[in-house]
Design a protein around this ligand. Sequence first.
Ligand code: AMP
Ligand code: MG
Length: 486
Amino acid sequence: MKETTFSLNLETSYTNLPESFYKPCLPTPVASPDLILWNENLANELGISYSIPDLQSITNLLSGNIIPQGMIPIAQAYAGHQFGNFTMLGDGRAILLGELAVPEGGKVDIQLKGSGRTPYSRNGDGRATLSSMLREYLISEAMFNLGIPSTRSLAVTKTGEAVRRELVHEGAILTRIAKSHIRFGTFEYTYHFLDTEELQKLAQYTIDRHFPEIADSENPYLSLFESVMNRQIDLIVDWMRVGFIHGVMNTDNSSVACETIDYGPCAFMNSYDPSTVFSSIDANGRYSFGNQPGIIHWNLACFANTLLPLIDSDESVSIEKAKTKLDIFPDRFESRYWKMLGNKIGFSEVDENDKTLISSLLNWMKKAKADYTNTFLQIEYASEESPAIYQEVEFVEWKQRWSDRIVAKNLDRESVLSLMQKTNPFVIPRNARVESVLQSARLGEMEPFKELVKILASPYARLDKIPFPEEETPESDSIYQTFCGT
Ligand code: AMP
Ligand code: MG
């Protein structure tokens, strides 16, 4: 058979930035690469395709075993506030292969995660476990399909090598696709360790790549801040809409392109409780479900701080201008948050009466430990066959008040239900189900994983019955734990 060579035509605009922003770095070859997952839909969107004779060649590339001539892989420098403490970080286990121009327009980063040590690895081994890369693949794709900005997952390649954590695991490399990997922490690194000229170059690069519409604004750096703030508000409101808990919202895990990034200890909340935390290292609940808005505001303050030297030559003027923007956050967040909650009960606009109605539903959900996802489905569907909790007087009465509101607001029921169906997912990655398919994958059985990926590809489709009712018991939340950096 004729050997063909799969190739990717990648650009490297990031290397036009000064050398202090990155270090050229090759992946470390692995013993026995095996491409076990390939995201055909995403590959098509990216205009990448390969045929069977290319398999060896693509496997070699995505495992980091062979880097084609002309490609200049790099590890990117960044810092970050981790649980509030400022630290130097950088890509410790990821390597950027380059940027791919997408047929639809724009370009994306192609990164290998788990590809070996880099100059920023500190004491880490630069590797990742199969489970954690599969988990990122599953949840990032689920987020994308939920309509929430997210990095994507193109492929998972087993390395054929062991990765030592508390136990010994199989190793794997994720091929991650992102609008870019510029983090709040990239700006913090530049502000703290480089000079103003370099900071200006990073800001300009970011504007050109992600916010070209503000290039000619009166103060592009202030506009950059406000644009990022707006997109981050939309992102976190979207997380709150589906019950997503990121779990480790350190500033290095906040993307300037405002995609959900770095899927570590993230998980979805089952029963509604704003204090829900799954991450084993988040003892104080800093990154709990309900704290996410406050934390992104805090992260945005860190980001704004890094832009001060660019906003105005007079520092006090800069601070004043940045503060004025940052102070818009609470009202802007609140209004979008309430609108989203309004959408969840089918109302496109919300007034004070609606907010009271929504608050009483949330209060009941918390008290009754009702499932966040299913409660909104039960507003659509509830019948005598619904679980007992939805026969409770308080819920039945709430539904009556909701129906009365539909009449009072002069809405037609069809459009209310149609908005609910677009806003409320029918399926989410349930924690127990995610763990179960990962367990099968560890035993070499990939079918349950692929089946779940398929179910989560159409999360708003109304099916005859809720797929995993056994996983909605509140007890499952209280014992579930997730882990960082595995
Ligand atoms: P994360 O918790 O995934 O956001 O990672 C935080 C920082 O730790 C980043 O700088 C990572 O590159 C680095 N890191 C995480 N795991 C490893 C590892 N196994 N080897 C080297 N660096 C790592
Ligand atoms: Mg990270």
